[in-house]
Design a protein around this ligand. Sequence first.
Ligand code: HEC
Length: 116
Amino acid sequence: MLMRSFFIMTLPLVLAACTDADSASSSGEKAVRDGASLYQQYCVVCHSSGAGGAPIVAKENRLHWSHEVEEEGFDAIVREAINGVNAMPPRGGCVDCSDEEIRATVIHMLQLSGAK
Ligand code: HEC
């Protein structure tokens, strides 16, 4: 019982250590990660399935995304991705993502959706 809760408590630390090692090994201090890999790592969980009401990123949902861009504007969408909105967590849960990286990830999402 004691061992079990110890494991559960340390698991997030172990996982965090892994991601740190990954980003550190991938070059330079402030390497900007590309939108495609950040999307796969942080956003796809919700945005491919629609979990929690997340708008699905896919060509079938092109009209939704086109509409968002048209109505709100690209910058406003990026701002919402950074600050979070309703069930959308700030930065999609990527706490160490820079604004620039979130922007690149949103561009990738719009490209995947074929939005204009
Ligand atoms: C925990 C699930 C979850 C994760 C992870 C997540 N999202 Fe979202 N996202 C949502 C939900 C839910 C909404 C819809 C929010 C609303 O409008 O009510 C949303 C909406 C958005 C929107 C549209 C904002 C708008 O203007 O309506 C963008 C852009 C977005 N997410 C980007 C991202 C990016 C980039 C990532 C990864 C870095 C990400 N999301 C990760 C759940 C998630």
